[in-house]
Design a protein around this ligand. Structure first.
Ligand SMILES: [Zn+2]
Length: 571
C-alpha cells in the first residue's frame, strides 16, 4: 500500500511539473488545450503521445530486463540472446517494422574473443645485444588485433610523441616519416593546452584516446604500438589498464581494415628503462613531444614479441526497428534512438551472487528506448522522417554493437539526422537538470536549449571534459561515422534535494553498484526522472524528424569531416 501511494504521488508530481512546463508564458487560462501552446513546434498528436510515456511502464521493463532469469544479458550468452528477442518482440508489438537482417528485428554482429595466452613472450633488445624480458600485467599488457592464434614481431622501436596527426590543429607527430613495419612508442592523451582552439584546451578530443592511437598507427602500417602509461596523463592508474586488459577481449570480426600485431601499454618504469637502454632521457623525450617541431626518433632498441592468443569467434545481435516517416520525400532520412542492452552476464566461476543484473546500466536506458518506441508506434500521426530504434549489444566490450551499427546502418549514415542515446539513467526522482554533453557541438543545440527550458531543466555542463566521457558511450560510435549524436541523462540536481544529495547518490552508485552484481532492481526505485528523460528525448526526436534540413556538426568540429564523407556517399 505504501508503495502504491508513493508511486501515485510521484506520478502526480510529474504531472504538476509537466502541466506547468506546457503552460504558455502568460496571457491564456490554464485550460487543457491551451497547455500545448508552449510547444508550437510539435503537433497535438505528438503531445498526446508524449503524455502516454509512463514511469511505471519503464519500471516494469527494468524489472524484467534485470531479473536473474536474464542472467545479466551477457554478450554471447543465453541471457543476452533472451533480452534481444524480448526487445525485438516489444518493437513488433508496438507496430514498428523490422530493420535487422532478412526481415527480422535482429542484426547479427560477428565478434571475436581474443585471450593473450601465457606462452606469449615480450622483450626489449638493445642494439648492443642486451635483452630485457617484460613480465605480463606487471610491466605490460598486450593484445594481438589481427585475430590470429600466433604473430611475430621483431622490429625497431620509434618514438612518435603523441602519435597524432590532426590537420585541423596543424599538428603532425609523424611528419611524413615511413613507419611501415615499425614498433611505435607513444604517449597517451594529447599535447597539453589551455587554448580552446588547440585540442579543445583541457577537454580531451578523440586524438587523446588510446583507441585513436592504435587505429592511426595501424592505418600507417605500423605492426605494434607501445603506449606509455602515466597516471596523470591517462587520468587512471595502472590498475585500471591491467584490469581492463587481462582475460578475454572482444573485437568486431575484421572487415579488411589494418590492425596491429601488438596493441599494448607499458608501465612508465619500463618506458624509462627503455629510454635509458637507448641512451636517452624519457623526461626530455616527453618535453620534446609537446613541440610542433617534434620529429619521430628511432631508438637503438627493438621489440621482439611472440604473441600467442586464443581466438574464439562468436555472434551477438543488435535489435533494430524502424517507423517509416509520413513524408514520402523525407522518409529515406531518419532520426535514431539507441540504448545498449548488454551487460556483463553471469560468471559461473565466481562465488556468491555471480549475476551482473545491470538494472541501472543499462536496463534503464532500454526501458526509456522502449517507452519512446511505444509512444511513436502508437501515435495517431507519424513524424515526417523515419525513426530508427536500435538496442545495441557489446557496449561493455568497447562499444562494439554500436560500431557495427554505424558501419551497417539500416539507412545510410549521411541520411541520419541525429542519434539520441540513453545509458544508465538513474531512478532517483524528478530531475531539475539534464546532461546533453556533445549537443553543443551540433547545429541542433538551440532546439535542445529551448526544449530543456520547456521542461524546466537546466543544462548541466560536463564536469570533467578532460576525462573524455563523450568517447565512452554508444553515441560516439555513431558520431564517428558523422551522425550528430549525444546521450541524454539527468544532472545532479533532483526535486526536493540539493546538489550534494545528487552527488552523494552518484558516488554511492559508483562505489557500491557500478559494474557489480549489486546493480539490481529495487522496488523503491523512482522512475519519474527516466520518464522525463524519455519525454524530453521524444520531443527532441520528433522535432528533428520534421526539420527542413538534416542536422550537422558546428564548423570545425572533429566529426565534421566524417559527416562530409558520409554525405558524399562514403558510407
Ligand atoms: Zn552503460
Amino acid at each position: 500500500m505504501i508503495r502504491k501511494s508513493l508511486v501515485l504521488s510521484a506520478i502526480l508530481s510529474l504531472f504538476a511539473v509537466w502541466t506547468v512546463s506546457l503552460l504558455p508564458a502568460q496571457g491564456s487560462s490554464p485550460q487543457k488545450k491551451a497547455s500545448y501552446v508552449a510547444f508550437p513546434r510539435l503537433p497535438a498528436p505528438a503531445l498526446s503521445a508524449i503524455e502516454t510515456i509512463d514511469p511505471e511502464r519503464i519500471r516494469q521493463q527494468v524489472r524484467f530486463l534485470s531479473h536473474d532469469l536474464l542472467e545479466g544479458r551477457g554478450t554471447g550468452q543465453r541471457g543476452g540472446e533472451l533480452a534481444a528477442e524480448y526487445i525485438g518482440t516489444q518493437f513488433a508489438l508496438y507496430g514498428l517494422k523490422p530493420a535487422g537482417d532478412n526481415g527480422t528485428y535482429l542484426q547479427k554482429v560477428p565478434l571475436v574473443g581474443v585471450t593473450t595466452l601465457p606462452q606469449t613472450q615480450f622483450s626489449l633488445i638493445s642494439s648492443q645485444g642486451g635483452e630485457m624480458p617484460l613480465k605480463p600485467l606487471e610491466d605490460y599488457v598486450a593484445y594481438d588485433q589481427t585475430q590470429q592464434p600466433e604473430s611475430e614481431v621483431d622490429a625497431d622501436i620509434m618514438f612518435v610523441g603523441y602519435g597524432i596527426e590532426a590537420p585541423e590543429y596543424k599538428w603532425d607527430d609523424y611528419k611524413g616519416v615511413d613507419v611501415k613495419g615499425k614498433v611505435l612508442l607513444m604517449l597517451v592523451s594529447e599535447p597539453p593546452s589551455e587554448d580552446p582552439h588547440f585540442f579543445k584546451g583541457r577537454a580531451l578530443t578523440y586524438y587523446g584516446r588510446w583507441t585513436y592511437k592504435y587505429e592511426e598507427a595501424a592505418r600507417k602500417g605500423a605492426v605494434a604500438v607501445l603506449l606509455i602509461h602515466k597516471t596523470e596523463m591517462a587520468s587512471y592508474g595502472w590498475e585500471v589498464v591491467r584490469n581492463s586488459n587481462s582475460g578475454e577481449k572482444s573485437y568486431l570480426k575484421l572487415e579488411g581494415q589494418p590492425t596491429l600485431k601488438v596493441a599494448s601499454w607499458i608501465h612508465f618504469d619500463v618506458a624509462q628503462k627503455l629510454a635509458q637502454a637507448g641512451g636517452m632521457d624519457l623526461q626530455k623525450m616527453m618535453a620534446d613531444a609537446s613541440s610542433h617541431d617534434f620529429h619521430p626518433v628511432t631508438l637503438p632498441v627493438k621489440l621482439r614479441a611472440h604473441m600467442v592468443s586464443k581466438v574464439r569467434p562468436f555472434d551477438s545481435s543488435n535489435v533494430v526497428a524502424i517507423l517509416p516517416g509520413a513524408d514520402p520525400r523525407l522518409r529515406d532520412q531518419a532520426v535514431m534512438y539507441t540504448a545498449h542492452y548488454d551487460h556483463f552476464g553471469i560468471r559461473p566461476d565466481m562465488p556468491g551472487d555471480n549475476i551482473f543484473n545491470g538494472a541501472e546500466d543499462n536496463a534503464t536506458g532500454c526501458g526509456i528506448l522502449l517507452e519512446i518506441a511505444r509512444a511513436f508506434g502508437q501515435a495517431a500521426q507519424k513524424p515526417r522522417r523515419s525513426i530508427i530504434f536500435a538496442s545495441v549489444t557489446a557496449e561493455e566490450q568497447g562499444l562494439l554493437g554500436s560500431e557495427y551499427l554505424g558501419k551497417h546502418p539500416p539507412i545510410p549514415a549521411g541520411k541520419i539526422s541525429l542519434d539520441l542515446n540513453f545509458d544508465d539513467v538513474k531512478p532517483l526522482g524528478a530531475p531539475e537538470e539534464v546532461e546533453v554533453s556533445g549537443a553543443e557541438r551540433t547545429t541542433f543545440y538551440p532546439q535542445v536549449q529551448t526544449t530543456a527550458k520547456e521542461f524546466l531543466m537546466a543544462i548541466r555542463p560536463d564536469a570533467r571534459p578532460e576525462a573524455g566521457h563523450y568517447y565512452r558511450s554508444d553515441h560516439f560510435s555513431l558520431a564517428r561515422v558523422g551522425i550528430p549524436s549525444f546521450s541524454i541523462n539527468e544532472g545532479m540536481k533532483f526535486k526536493g534535494h540539493d546538489e550534494a544529495w545528487g552527488l552523494q547518490q552518484d558516488r554511492e552508485y559508483t562505489e557500491k553498484r557500478y559494474h557489480q552484481p549489486s546493480d539490481e532492481y529495487r522496488p523503491d526505485m523512482n522512475f519519474t526522472g527516466d520518464s522525463v528523460v524519455a519525454r524530453f528525448g521524444f520531443a527532441l526526436g520528433w522535432e528533428a524528424a520534421g526539420m527542413p534540413q538534416l542536422i550537422g556538426w558546428v564548423r570545425g568540429d572533429e566529426f565534421e569531416p566524417a559527416r562530409e564523407k558520409s554525405q558524399a556517399g562514403g558510407h
